[in-house]
Design a protein around this ligand. Sequence first.
Ligand code: CUA
Length: 152
Amino acid sequence: TYEKVWLIGSMVLIVGFIVTVTYGAVGLGIAMVDDSEETIEPTELDEDERFAEPRVEQVGEDEYEAYVVAQTFMFSPDPIEIPAGSEVTFHATSRDVIHSFSVAGTNINTMVIPGEVATMTAEFDEPGEYGVVCNEYCGSGHHNMEGELHVV
Ligand code: CUA
């Protein structure tokens, strides 16, 4: 009958819709993983040569790599010390939950997700002191989660 045709037809539409939405979400998830250059499990941080000792490392004349670990409710290293006139590539990851690594007064502001390494490069021309803050609610100590970045 026509009723059955309509019923089956609409069910096919609904299933098709669900498949489309699911496929879209999975596709996005895969794309985000691909966009992330590096991944690391929080349990592996202590054995990882980059993050076992969070630090700023000189890699060129005026080039530095900074390895930053966020965890409830602090950043390491703290303070982050950077020479003025340098270009710094930050690699930030989390030891536990989602935080952010945000340097007040700059455009450095990234989510820090456990299992992923967020990477961004910034130039620091002038000496100065900046606050490092967490912009993602991460628990009872979120509001006190802060550090410092010194350009010296
Ligand atoms: Cu860490 Cu909010």
